[in-house]
Design a protein around this ligand. Structure first.
Ligand SMILES: NC(=O)c1ccc[n+]([C@@H]2O[C@H](COP(=O)([O-])OP(=O)(O)OC[C@H]3O[C@@H](n4cnc5c(N)ncnc54)[C@H](OP(=O)(O)O)[C@@H]3O)[C@@H](O)[C@H]2O)c1
Length: 276
């Protein structure tokens, strides 16, 4: 069987559509930070592939809980990677644009130097290193600005605030929105194709959070003027976020992997799902 951890999260839920016969676990039945239990479960289940969607994703809270974030995003990934290496099975795990400092003027490539600004990014970088350090054949997919119709996320918050009146959204952070329903099949295709190492997968089309929010609000049939731009400075958060974290790829083309759709093409289905 194919094991998918974090199966109740945004991306795990998207994988349920791609791999309906896979075995999905989450924190309630397989807490990946209990590394002995995790290693024992893997020994017992002997999955034919592991897809790790379990993650600590609370970017701001991670500033206070770095140890916990690193246990989920770093150490646990190492345990899964070591098991996969020992058995020579495919292993897919996910990382983030927040491993980059965000001061670039052109898209970050797989080979670009990292330099996380905060605890979440550091914990995810630890996971990348744990995965590829113990298993170079592992596939580590970096993605960004993940949304779906199934979970509370940035878009759900914006639609709620705009529906009630007004949403202030930062217009000076650039990145690539990614729909979980586009990412899951693309990452699975890369794993099946035998791709290993770091791979950047996002929807096409850099934008700002403000522009992304305004497009979603218009699609929801609301006045897009309800989304008001602001600066990062005017919207302080516990964790610093990269100003520019657009992910490009130097690998997808040579590997023959197709680009994901433009986010504008995939957004209507997500907005429709969130409004149901
Ligand atoms: N969300 C984004 O904007 C974004 C951007 C870039 C990269 N990524 C990466 O993409 C991947 C998927 O993210 P996502 O948005 O699907 O995250 P998510 O919705 O937060 O899902 C993560 C899942 O992991 C589970 N989990 C947390 N701690 C666990 C533990 N100790 N043991 C087992 N499961 C645990 C969570 O359960 P609970 O809910 O019960 O804690 C949740 O179901 C992650 O690797 C993330 O770092 C996300």
């Amino acid at each position: 069987m194919i094991l998918v951890t974090g199966g109740d999260g945004q991306l795990g839920t998207a994988f349920r559509r791609v791999l309906p016969k896979a075995y999905f676990t989450d924190a309630s039945d397989l807490d990946v930070t209990r590394t002995d239990a995790l290693a024992a479960a893997l020994e017992e289940w002997r999955p034919e592939a592991i897809i790790n969607c379990a993650a600590y994703t609370a970017v701001d809270r991670a500033e206070q809980e770095e140890e916990r974030a690193t246990a989920v995003n770093g150490a646990a990934v190492g345990v899964m990677a070591a098991h996969a290496a020992g058995r020579g099975i495919p292993f897919l795990t996910f990382s983030t644009d927040y491993v980059f400092p965000g001061d670039a003027a052109a898209p970050y490539l797989e080979s670009s130097p990292t330099g996380p600004l905060g605890a979440y990014g550091r914990s995810k970088l630890a996971g990348e290193r744990a995965a590829l350090g113990s298993y170079p054949e592992a596939l580590v997919v970096r993605t960004s600005w993940l949304v779906s119709a199934t979970h509370p996320n940035f878009l759900a918050t914006v639609l709620r605030l705009a529906g009630a009146g007004r949403a202030r959204v930062v217009d000076d952070q650039w990145g690539c929105p990614t729909m979980a329903d586009d990412l899951a099949p693309a990452a699975w295709a890369a794993l099946q194709a035998g791709v290993s190492g770091l791979l950047h997968l996002t929807n096409s089309g850099p934008t700002t959070w403000f522009r992304f929010a305004r497009a979603a609000v218009a699609l929801a049939g609301l006045d897009s003027g309800r989304v008001v731009p602001c600066t990062t400075e005017a919207f302080p958060t516990p964790a610093r976020r990269p100003a520019y974290s657009v992910l490009g790829s130097e690998r997808r083309g040579p590997l023959g992997l197709p680009d994901l759709p433009h986010w504008e093409a995939s957004l209507p289905a997500v907005v429709e799902g969130l409004r149901r």
